[in-house]
Design a protein around this ligand. Sequence first.
Ligand SMILES: Nc1ncnc2c1ncn2[C@@H]1O[C@H](COP(=O)(O)OP(=O)(O)OP(=O)(O)O)[C@@H](O)[C@H]1O
Length: 247
Amino acid sequence: MDTKAKVRVRNLTKKFGDLLVLDDISFDIKKGEFVCIVGPTGCGKTTFLNLLVKLLEPTSGNIFIDGEEADPKKHNLSFVFQEQSAFPWLTVEQNIRFGQETKKRPKHETDNVTEYILDMLGLKEYRDRYPHELSASMEQRIVIGRSFAMKPDLLLMDEPYGQMDLKLRYYLEDEVIKLQTATKSTVIFITHNIEEAVYLADRCLILSQKPTTVKEEVKIDLPHPRDVASKKFIELREYITEQIKWW
Ligand SMILES: Nc1ncnc2c1ncn2[C@@H]1O[C@H](COP(=O)(O)OP(=O)(O)OP(=O)(O)O)[C@@H](O)[C@H]1O
């Protein structure tokens, strides 16, 4: 057992009535690792995150964070979900400050982190605007920025880019990698998009069809920013796609 693991999943099983979704799943995620979870539609990716944040109770098994039973009240977690909203009554800057202020950080630290995040995500010139004045993709940047500003030990991202156009996706993916490198957060990222997973992850966990097990773990040992046209990148993308085959 890896005692340095940030997240340890042990014999995790989740049933909804008679429907067995997660079937005795075990894996570890290291501190500072960026792990993408991919798998067929309905295999239980979101269910796993809901178990991790205790929105659901497992049927059996455990999830540990830093060796303790996962508990969002105790552990420094942050989330970005698909089509999540920024707080509409707050400006861009206030949105980025919001979570930090609830953590009672010293003001100068909040100021520094806020400037860093606004700058990194190209939001400085919009700092006094409200979310409804901006595009949906800009709003998603605020949500991502707000999550990283909390300096979470563990960041959970569930299809955070939704239907965003490709160019912006790549831009934001690069930003997420920069932010993760700077904050040393551990990231669990769920996506349907294999190219995105290969672009981002240190490791991909491939889940099977229900009843779901971890079919395979694939290490992505390529430097960032990754070249999506490189031979190795294409090979990995094709290999993972082949393993999933949900069509
Ligand atoms: N609260 C619930 N009650 C009953 N069944 C549920 C519940 N939540 C999820 N399920 C079922 O569990 C399975 C896994 O759902 P989940 O949303 O976790 O899958 P997913 O891998 O995230 O799917 P997708 O790829 O479509 O986002 C699905 O068959 C779903 O219908």
